[in-house]
Design a protein. Structure first.
Length: 264
């Protein structure tokens, strides 16, 4: 009882000092916030940018070593700007809001009971599809400070109740993927990672986390390293994916849950 009261007081004080903001437009969120995470003005655009179903088609990406992959959004418009705000414009705290939104789109979870709290993850009775979370590591030369996948993984760990391990490291310098075609991206990333914490992944079902999936080369190379390091299974999730957006987005919660590793 005392712990609950103290947590409520802490949340209230934190919100007064550091009010939650809409990750898409930067407005301070009020009581009318959608899911406790979005301003009402951005809700329609956020819905239009959802990747439905979240499971990524192998026909659009070059996946290998992965049992599957899912993404919450298309890397476009407001979502793209929000991610760039986290990565290169000095606003990493928006990773909290974006991750919470992604959890609602990827997993069986309800919005936070009140603003400032975590989304409520329900899971599936008798089923825990993952044992740990591993973020995609930054490239050689980009290791200063936590990366966006690190922020996402930590927040996911709190919500899903899973341990987070920095179990991967790059083993060589790799070129920026933007300058390469598909074949070049696959070759650039191949054998580019290795496990540096074997006890964390041996025999485990790993949830691999990245901020953006484009060709699938990076998450696949990381998954290959994890499998070679003893992981039993690797499933990848990201905030966003680079794909052509369809005009009609189907809505199916059961497909949504299965895409994130939950099978009914």
């Amino acid at each position: 009882m005392i712990r609950t009261v103290l947590r409520s007081v802490w949340v209230t004080v934190t919100l007064l000092c550091f009010p939650r903001r809409c990750p898409l437009c930067d407005k301070v969120l009020g009581r009318d916030a959608v899911d406790g995470l979005l301003c009402a003005a951005c809700a329609k655009q956020e819905e239009a940018l959802r990747h439905m179903p979240p499971k990524l088609p192998a026909t659009e990406h070059s996946f290998y070593a992965l049992s599957g992959a899912a993404s919450a959004y298309y890397y476009d418009e407001e979502i793209r700007r929000a991610i760039l705000r986290c990565k290169i414009h000095g606003h990493p705290w928006y990773a909290r809001e974006l991750t919470d939104l992604a959890v609602l789109r990827l997993f069986p979870a309800d919005p936070p009971e009140r603003m400032g709290l975590l989304p409520v993850y329900h899971g599936v009775a008798g089923l825990q599809p993952f044992d740990c979370i591993v973020p995609v590591p930054p490239r050689v030369g980009e290791e200063k400070g936590p990366s966006l996948p690190d922020f996402i993984a930590r927040r996911l760990g709190k919500i899903l109740g899973l341990p987070v391990s920095q179990a991967l490291r790059p083993v060589r310098r790799m070129k920026p993927q933007k300058s390469l075609d598909l074949a070049g991206r696959l070759q650039n990333q191949k054998k580019g990672y290795a496990v540096c914490n074997y006890p964390a992944v041996v025999g485990r079902r790993v949830l691999l986390v990245d901020d953006i999936i484009t060709s699938g080369a990076t998450v696949s190379a990381c998954a290959q390293a994890l499998i070679e390091g003893g992981a039993a299974d690797v499933f990848a999730v990201s905030l966003a994916v680079e794909e052509d957006r369809p005009r009609v987005l189907p809505k199916n919660k059961e497909i949504q849950y299965e895409a994130a590793g939950h099978r009914h």
